[in-house]
Design a protein. Structure first.
Lengths: 573, 610
């Protein structure tokens, strides 16, 4: 332990604590901009500087440690002057058209400037806009970038995709796409982690809300919307409401109030995915197809983009099953269109996802006899859902729980946990067990596969089902995934079935989720999904009555000819 | 009324003078990778500020050049601007009245010629493709990539053994390099911006001196693979060390009786005491590296035999034969190459120079080693004979000064034309042709005959130190590619057509420094390991202390001191004296910790394994 005095308060903190951590311990939150724990401790913004007694130069509190007897001032005249000047400098190079910024009222720079009561900036404005393709799902405004470098670090250290880098030197130093490429040419997986870790509005997702409003307003169109499991864990955060106060039923109410004609829960198509992907796995396993390399899940489009860009030779190891989003879209424009007697051309399928890569997934190449066009027409993130709620001036406190529409209403706990790391694997194993043995396992028999954002590398588990041993791995974050693939390719490990989610913690930590700067909320949101699974009436996808009916009336059985045509794709092509 | 006044320096001018010196030091430590066009603009602004303003080309033209370069930088220019910049620069070069103008324009012109692609990239893509390349200048410039801020921090804390462990991660010759490394790391030390570079080599020497004997780390589990290394110099032994740590059994073949190569048989004891060299070699051998002595490649064993017997073969034979002068009388009795001369001393078979006059031809470090050794062997008079000036010598300044202090004569601007001999074929003198310094080409001043008469420097021994060659014939016969007398490897250190054979060090680069051979050894060890089907990594397990956050107030650099010249010439004992522990700690505290403060915190600050 080390004794330090911070702003005249004597405290004792652990050896190796940073000054910022020590101050936090003393109840003194030091303002900061670039700092991201363990990821970006580079002292670049200089906002967190403090004065140390006996030292002329200020030091950054985020990446310097306390020493025995150190006397620290976090708010001396010198500190105040410097912090203020620094923010003024940053503002001189920041586009401060805040009212038209996606991060207005959720921007760390705005908050600090307001907290420091900066009313005038003495410096000349120096903006450096750079061109960008605004049709790309990820949008970057250079003149809002404060060069905190977090995007570079998150993409390098967590995701290992290395999309961003510093370009140029001196006064013309910019953050831009690495290797002198454009974003379209880069390996960007659209995981959106750079967006959710940007302290300002320099990075954002393309806004597609107007497309949804257009469909709602168009009398010839029937709007059919699906909501992914992870959305319910997080949308309420933006309104200061707890997950208990903001269940799926209230999203249904909000969407109906906006004017969507039909609202469904993606949990339904997650169950459908399990039927297809679980059956595919059992088939591939029995054929001996997983003896060298595993079958990988394919429901995460960030991961699918990653594998195609980095390891194209492994694309045929992906499950051919489409993701729940795409499956639901395909079902909406076929089975459901027939049910309601509407031509698929007049159905607009919308999905609300915790994810930015889903915006690109809807553009995926179609190989079979899907409805000509796209399975899904508009993909919105959780943040866009919240924006639409505000645009429709709906007070979220007035929402009440409403059921989803028929005939694709039912969902199981297995489908719910699709939104968290380990969930797809657990759901698949529950049904694979049934497929192999004809009876259900214990409900929590596969809890060993449950992972978290904190999991180092990946989580492996081995299960004995009758005389068969199945080796599984669950991984989240693409940096961990790259390491897993290296280990697989070197033959250091072997698994039969691997679940990959690109975002740390899974979809709950997705790039389309609400942003709370400095907080990693994925594991808390996962807890919500696991509770929902635990309390669910049904916990096995193969017991979803509406799924069973869908097969009976339309697809016949998993991996049938029809389901191949509509619910599968060819990643390896 | 007085007719004349004594000028009193104006205060502003005095401060500006000081700022000039600050700027000089700053430019000295300028990192590479900066945008060359942005730098050109900055230089131009300085040049323009120097203009007296009398003449149009300089007063106006330089400003217009700056405006055009700014347009390029801001992405406002089209390609045609390059022609305009060129023409304007040419006109200023041709029409400006004084050097302030024409040399300023010349700088822009040179840049336009030298990095036209960068100009074009800015214009065509609107992007600057430059990125900062030296996050931690010393580490970037060390060929072996030694974690310099790391071990300096450990020295500061008195953790000398850990410092040695950390150095060995990248360099298994810490003691040796503490004595004789040419320390390219110090060249751009950011501390120059404050006062002066950190004495990095001195601190490395102190780390090893104060640590005592530090055992090497434990080797990885044996892989059962065997690697033969031909040549037991620093490159071969460093590779051997890392391969052995990775679990492969290494056998080093050395033609001379002891290991060390040029470190033992080239560098004199007074610069690198042999017991110090042995400390490094003992630690390397302690890992289990085996050595076989006295067998010469191409005579006693062949590369093909080694390829059959071992899983991989590495050639690190160094550059150990001498270059010939090509003048009349070179065959005279009493002419000896520096390599041979120093090797004989290393083998305790020194030739007798007592009372003799010696001429050493050449201005490099080997030449300095030869003259200072000749002095210690009792020569009556020792002269360096060099075609150019002292400033043009490639030897380290300290070595030249050391030689002069020891009474060596320096005959500059003398080109050897003939070695005179007596009827018995013995050397009697060296005939030289006086030279005058001449025009500068490729940044180096040339010489031409001054027209003065040739004359003869009387001597009985001539030592030729004009470079070394590589004995490559056997390898050429075995199919190893050779280019201009140097073994030509791919950049991974091997040969596409000879799988399992690798080469590195001086024999693959031409004569270079110890630390470059060590840097190559890391590449070779990693790639041989990979070739053998493994992926071992090398790390130190040492945690680097947090930087101290003290203010970096200007403080003089601790330089090493030497024994008195009159005393040290009487023996071959070490010349350089160590720092005191207090000096050592103060010097270590001068390190700015660029791994933590600055770009290093973001990227490239530290690689803990390779």
């Amino acid at each position: 332990m080390v004794k330090v005095t911070i702003d005249n308060r004597e405290i004792e903190v652990e050896n190796g604590s940073t000054i910022m951590e020590a101050a936090n311990r003393a109840g003194i939150p030091i303002p900061k901009l670039c700092y991201l724990k363990d990821i970006n401790e580079i002292g670049a913004c200089r906002v967190c500087v403090v004065e140390i007694e006996g030292k002329e130069k200020l030091v950054t509190s985020c990446n310097n440690q306390v020493e025995e007897g150190m006397v620290v001032y976090t708010n001396s005249a010198k500190v105040r002057r410097n912090r203020r000047k620094t923010i003024e400098m940053i503002l001189s190079q920041h586009n401060t058209d805040c009212v038209t910024c996606a991060r207005n009222r959720n921007c760390s720079l705005q908050t600090i400037a307001r907290d420091l009561n900066i009313l005038d900036v003495p410096y000349e404005k120096e903006l450096r806009p750079l061109p960008w393709n605004k049709n790309f799902p990820l949008i970057r405004d250079n003149d809002k970038c404060i060069k905190c470098m977090r995007c570079i670090q998150v993409c390098d250290k967590i995701q290992n995709v290395n999309v961003w880098d510093i370009e140029g030197t001196g006064s013309r130093t910019d953050v831009y796409v690495a290797g002198n490429r454009n974003i379209e040419e880069s390996d960007c997986t659209l995981c959106g982690q750079c967006v959710t870790h940007c302290p300002v509005g320099a990075l954002r997702a393309r806004d597609d809300t107007e497309k949804a409003w257009w469909a709602i307003d168009n009398k010839d169109k029937v709007t059919v919307v699906q909501v992914a499991p992870a959305v319910r864990t997080a949308w309420g955060e933006a309104f200061g409401m707890t997950p208990e106060e903001t269940p799926m039923g209230k999203i249904v109410d909000a969407l109906k109030r906006m004017g969507f004609d039909y609202v469904f829960d993606t949990v339904f198509s997650a169950d459908l995915t399990i039927m297809e992907e679980g059956s595919e796995f059992v088939e591939r396993y029995k054929k001996g197809d997983t003896r060298r390399m595993p079958m990988f899940t394919s429901c995460c489009p960030g991961w699918v983009r990653f594998v195609k860009a980095r390891y194209p030779h492994l694309a045929d190891r992906l499950s051919t099953a489409k993701s729940p989003q795409q499956m639901f879209g395909a079902v909406m424009k076929t089975y459901f269109a027939q049910k309601i007697g509407v031509s698929p051309e007049n159905i607009v399928t919308v999905s609300i996802m915790p994810c930015m890569a889903k915006k690109a997934e809807r553009e995926m190449e179609l190989f079979y006899e899907e409805y000509a066009g796209h399975d899904v027409d508009v993909v919105l993130t959780t943040r866009e859902l919240n924006r639409m709620i505000k645009m429709a001036h709906i007070d979220p406190h007035t929402l009440t729980e409403k059921p989803c529409d028929r005939p694709m209403e039912a969902g199981t706990g297995a489908g719910v946990i699709f939104g968290t790391t380990g969930g797809v694997m657990e759901a698949a194993l529950r049904s694979a067990y049934y497929l192999m043995t004809g009876s259900n396992p214990e409900e929590d028999a596969f809890s060993k596969v449950r992972s978290s954002r904190e999991q180092k590398l990946w989580k492996e588990a081995e299960f004995q089902i009758k005389d068969i041993t199945i080796r599984t791995a669950v991984v989240n974050g693409l940096g961990n995934t790259a390491k897993l693939i290296e280990a697989l390719e070197r033959g250091e490990v072997h698994y039969d079935f691997v679940e990959v989610m690109a975002c740390p913690g899974g979809c709950v930590g997705g790039g389309g989720q609400p942003i709370k700067d400095g907080m990693e909320l994925a594991d808390g949101r996962s807890g919500t999904l696991r509770d929902l699974d635990k309390c669910a009436e049904r916990r096995f996808s193969h017991e979803n009555p509406d799924i069973l009916k869908l097969y009976e009336e339309f697809f016949e059985r998993p991996l049938s000819h029809k389901s191949h045509l509509l619910l599968h794709t060819e990643h390896g092509r | 009324m007085s007719r004349l006044e004594i000028p009193i320096p104006n205060r502003a001018q005095l401060v500006v003078e000081e700022l000039y010196r600050d700027l000089e030091r700053r430019i000295e430590s300028s990192p590479s990778g900066l945008c060359p066009i942005d730098m050109s603009k900055a230089f131009l602004e300085l040049c323009h500020a120097q203009s007296c303003g009398k003449c149009v080309p300089c007063r106006v033209g330089l400003g217009q050049l700056k405006a055009m370069i700014t347009d390029v930088l801001e992405g406002r220019a089209s390609l045609s601007v390059l022609e305009e910049i060129k023409e304007t620069a040419e006109c200023i070069m041709e029409s400006a009245d004084c050097a302030i103008g024409y040399e300023a324009a010349n700088m822009v012109y040179k840049g336009l010629q030298g990095f036209r692609e960068e100009y074009e990239a800015h214009i065509e893509q609107g992007r600057c493709t430059c990125t900062y390349q030296q996050p931690v200048p010393c580490v970037s410039l060390c060929p072996a990539g030694v974690d310099i801020p790391g071990y300096i921090a450990l020295v500061y804390e008195g953790r000398y053994e850990d410092a040695v462990r950390l150095i060995r991660k990248d360099n298994p010759f810490p003691t040796t390099c503490g004595f004789i490394c040419e320390h390219p790391c110090e060249a751009r030390c950011r501390r120059n911006m404050v006062d002066d570079s950190v004495n990095i080599r001195g601190l490395k020497r102190m780390a090893t001196e104060l640590a005592g004997k530090v055992p090497p780390p434990v080797c990885s589990e044996s892989t059962g693979k065997k690697v033969a290394i031909v040549g037991g110099g620093p490159g071969g032994l460093s590779t051997a060390y890392y391969l052995q740590l990775m679990g492969h059994q290494v056998v080093v073949y050395e033609m001379l009786p002891k290991l060390g190569g040029m470190l033992r048989y080239g560098i004199p004891n007074y610069r690198l005491p042999k017991e110090k060299l042995d400390e490094d070699i003992d630690a390397i051998l302690a890992t289990g590296v085996q050595a076989q002595f006295g067998r010469r490649i191409g005579i006693d064993l062949t590369i093909d035999e080694l390829r059959k017997e071992y899983d991989a073969v590495l050639i690190t034979i160094g550059a150990s034969t001498d270059k010939k002068l090509g003048v009349e009388g070179e065959d005279a009795d009493g002419v000896i190459s520096a390599v041979r001369f120093l090797r004989d001393v290393g083998k305790d078979q020194a030739i007798d120079l007592k009372g003799k006059e010696v001429c050493v031809i050449g201005g490099g470090n080997v030449s300095m080693d030869a003259v200072r050794t000749a002095v210690r062997l009792g020569a009556k008079k020792v002269s360096i004979v060099y075609r150019r000036r002292i400033a043009d010598m490639t030897a380290l300044r300290d070595e030249i000064d050391g030689a002069i202090a020891e009474g060596v004569e320096v005959q500059v601007l003398k080109a050897p034309v003939k070695i005179c001999k007596d009827a018995d074929g013995r050397v009697t003198g060296l005939e030289v042709q006086p030279q005058m310094i001449s025009s500068i080409k490729n940044g180096r001043a040339g010489v031409k005959p001054s027209g003065e008469e040739n004359f003869t420097i009387p001597c009985q021994t001539v030592i030729v130190a004009i470079g070394q060659d590589i004995e490559y014939q056997h390898f050429a016969d075995a199919g190893v590619p050779i280019n201009r007398g140097v073994i030509q490897t791919q950049n991974y250190g091997g040969f596409d057509l000879l799988p399992g054979v690798f080469a590195g060090g001086d024999c693959a680069t031409g004569p270079a420094t110890v630390v470059r051979a060590i840097g190559a050894a890391k590449v070779l060890a990693a790639n041989i390991d990979e070739y053998l089907g493994y992926h071992h990594s090398i790390s130190s397990g040492v945690e680097v202390p947090q930087p101290n956050i003290a203010d970096r107030n200007p403080c003089g650099r601790v330089n090493m001191t030497e024994r008195e010249a009159c005393e040290r010439v009487c023996d071959f004992e070490g010349v350089e004296l160590p720092m005191t522990e207090a000096e050592c700690r103060q010097e270590a505290s001068r390190c700015l910790r660029c791994d933590h403060f600055g770009f290093g915190a973001l990227k490239g600050g530290r690689s803990t394994l390779w």
